[in-house]
Design a protein around this ligand. Sequence first.
Ligand SMILES: [Zn+2]
Ligand SMILES: [Zn+2]
Length: 268
Amino acid sequence: MRCLIVADLHYSLPQYDWVTQLADRFDVVIIAGDHLDLSSLVDLRAQSVVVRKYIDLLRAKTRLITCSGNHDLDTRDMFGEKVAYWVSGLGQRGVPSDGQSFKCNNTLFTICPWWDGPITRDRVAAQLKADASKRTGAWFWVHHAPPDNSPTSWGGDRHFGDAPLLEWIAEYSPDLVFSGHVHRSPFTKGGSWVDRIGTSWVFNAGHQFGAPPAHIIVDTDKQEAIWISAAGVQSVRLDQPLTRPVPALGAIPSWAILPDPAGGQNPV
Ligand SMILES: [Zn+2]
Ligand SMILES: [Zn+2]
């Protein structure tokens, strides 16, 4: 199974175009939250209408999975906690999203919403507990905020991660966790796009402007994850211990080279 993982597209239409044009190369495409941009001049509702159109295009080409991020919250629930109503509604459009899980090739994916308060947080805890009993093979989580105290949540002067997620990872040992949220982590000293907590691998591709977005390609058959960004290409083997510094590759391995939608080959 080959997966493309991005996050924090923040209403960058060139980045959505790029993901859409290459989506059919992957068995699964994961967008790990922050579709919208709270600082944009474009009204949030109008942004979500445009992004939903991209999501329909993506869904027609591949298995798309997505969760909400803190920029996606568009309403309050009955308890007064902010939620991304439009993201949780994607489940009805055939896109596994907030609060849902699904199995693909004996891999269980659990998709967590952004939690804004204790009730949603407890709901995530209950969701993970319930899904733990459904696990028969690998277990992958999609959770916008990376775990706290991890290089994947390092912002340069402190961590911006999620403390409960760290506890949940320790309790359940998922195989892979896909996050985003802390845009600078992979690009700053002391930060990284990848971490290992116990036996779990944790990823945050980071954020860069323009296409292509910083992205991660995971190939479960090759047991390899590759990070491709303006800062270079790095790779880890999922069946080996994590070593730092993470090995930088001089070029994208041939199996992971994507065609450039504009022609030629995908530039790093
Ligand atoms: Zn973001
Ligand atoms: Zn975020």
